[in-house]
Design a protein around this ligand. Sequence first.
Ligand code: SAM
Length: 295
Amino acid sequence: MATLGNPQNTIDILKKYQFRFAKKFGQNFLIDTHVLDKIVHAAEISKEDCVVEIGPGIGTLTQYLCESAGQVFAVEIDDNLIPILEDTLSAYDNVKIIHDDILKVDLNALVEEQCGGKPVKVVANLPYYITTPILMGLFEKHVPLESVTVMVQKEVAERMKAAPGTKDYGALSLAVQYYAETYLAANVPPNCFMPRPNVGSAVIRLKLHRENPVRVRNEHLMFDLIRASFNQRRKTLVNGLYNAGGFGLGKEELSALITGLGFPETVRGEMLSLEAFARLADAVSEAQNSSGFLP
Ligand code: SAM
């Protein structure tokens, strides 16, 4: 089978199967061998690895993964791509295609079944319309992960690695940084894809922390506080939390907790680090307990 990284081979396959791109599935196929090499290199794949690919498309990146990894399993939603994948991956016996929706499939069960529960490396050129639900699903469902190396919209990569006080900093930065260390592997222009997307792209590698970087008594409460703070970005932290229902506390109590952590009363959520949100969550949790509040 001809390698698909070459654009002419991609065109030939698309013609052979009279494939029509489905916009609703965020289909932008890679046609640049340098970018494909960079993704595989950034993911640090070896024959020891079990790799999960999300959205293999016609199998371009999958061919590269099959060459480098021990085992690959790839989850694709589009019915029309399944016969194409059977064709383009026919030379490999270390790949399995799972015809399913990545947001619905039980990945924990799949990893157990396909990789004996060993932590996997996720590698993908993601469908951009569901980047956040895919990544948060991987983290929150505690899929055993070693790393996640993904092509995403450039602005999303910038949000993932943003620091407190910057314009890109938000709930996504805090969530990603709670679970993983971020590393920007490459910026990728639209002409590396077919069809060309309207936005710039970037490859980001998320290496899972061995231990959470902060200690917090109630992880869920911390993420609820984070979401409430950034839902109303222009508001002060006190007002953001109070307007979100107050977490069982009055405005004065919230204000006292925030100043008690050393922040001015007028601070906005965007100034708080992950560590500061963890301390805030512990303080809110303690105040809730002493007032007998049941969440
Ligand atoms: N990996 C291929 C490449 O790099 O050329 C294709 C990447 S394309 C940006 C995204 C792929 O994800 C498409 O094949 C699309 O059909 C698939 N996809 C979209 N939504 C999906 C979902 N919910 N579950 C699984 N695959 C999905």
